[in-house]
Design a protein around this ligand. Structure first.
Ligand SMILES: NC(=O)c1ccc[n+]([C@@H]2O[C@H](COP(=O)([O-])OP(=O)(O)OC[C@H]3O[C@@H](n4cnc5c(N)ncnc54)[C@H](OP(=O)(O)O)[C@@H]3O)[C@@H](O)[C@H]2O)c1
Length: 273
């Protein structure tokens, strides 16, 4: 296991799920984690767990990255606290599920604002600073959903396709600059990702967030541009979208998502996300 001692690692979406697991794994390796999400209380609970489990100090910053000015506010707060980010983990993400036309447009827009715009903005500001220092790293959390169109998760898969393409291009632009960029593509992972909707992740299909976090950092240490941190089928699952005609891939994922009943998924009225 590579040591991250002396590294300040900012993890977005660190209040729960895969992001909290990234924060733990980074602290276990000696990094100073900076935890970002909207829920300040949940972030502080994760920071307390990290202090107990790894005798490490974690900094928390509550920020809504999808809100106008959210990323700029976070960066101003980092500067106010004199924090230099060595590793940025763009993990925060959300996705609408169900038929596009009958689901709330706001959920789709929020997902684009967070998964695409906030990720790109943070990468631009903090990546620019890393490039000026000649060192640093960025891990963008995409998904196996990035590799093919996905009916009933149409905008979500499209945001992740953006993350994949953007990350691969940036990794090449920054090759040999001292700044490493990698995309991570988890498969189904046991988190509250579908909370607030009628959709469910089948536990037997889902990986543990801790295993996903550890495998992501292992791939990053190896110098990978793309990481597939799930169970063994995770990577082969992305091949269908690369070899089939795109219309056939969309038909296949549409059929699969209908088996998973995502064609009937909807937001639960008044549910807290
Ligand atoms: N779970 C899966 O099966 C799976 C598979 C592949 C890829 N992924 C990707 O992995 C990443 C993490 O997903 P997860 O499953 O861990 O989801 P999750 O349990 O729903 O956690 C999402 C995190 O993002 C934060 N967040 C949401 N909206 C935000 C906003 N506007 N500003 C700042 N933070 C915000 C949430 O905290 P607050 O609510 O406190 O803001 C939470 O910490 C996402 O990018 C997701 O697309 C997940």
């Amino acid at each position: 296991m590579k040591s991250y001692r002396g590294i300040t690692a900012l993890v977005t979406g660190a209040s729960k799920g895969i992001g909290a697991a990234y924060a733990h794994e980074l602290a276990r390796r000696g990094a100073h984690p900076v935890l970002v999400a909207r829920s300040g209380d949940a972030l502080r609970r994760v920071a307390d767990d990290i202090a107990r489990s790894h005798q490490a100090d974690a900094t928390t910053v509550a920020a809504d990255l999808a809100a106008p000015g959210g990323v700029e506010g976070l960066v101003a707060e980092l500067d106010r606290r004199d924090l230099t980010v060595d590793l940025l983990v763009n993990n925060a993400g959300s996705g609408a599920v169900g038929p596009f036309l009958t689901s709330s447009l706001r959920r789709h827009e929020d997902s684009v604002d967070l998964n695409v715009t906030a990720l790109m903005r943070l990468t631009h500001v903090l990546g620019g600073r890393m490039a000026a220092r000649g060192r640093g790293g960025i891990i963008n959390v995409a998904s196996t959903a990035a590799f093919q169109p996905m009916p009933y998760q149409a905008s979500y898969a499209a945001t992740k396709a953006f993350v994949l393409s953007f990350t691969e291009a940036l990794a090449e632009e920054l090759r040999d600059t001292g700044v490493r960029v990698m995309a991570a593509h988890p498969g189904a992972t046991a988190t509250g990702f579908f909370d607030g909707t009628t959709a469910e992740l089948k536990p037997s299909f889902a990986d543990a967030p801790q295993a996903v976090a550890a495998a992501t950092l292992k791939a990053y240490d190896r110098g990978a541009v793309n990481a597939y941190p799930g169970r063994a089928v995770t990577r082969p699952m992305t091949w269908a979208g690369r070899v089939l005609p795109r219309v056939a891939a969309a038909r296949l994922t549409g059929r699969l998502n209908r088996v998973l009943e995502l064609d009937r998924a909807r937001e639960i009225d008044g549910a807290e996300r």
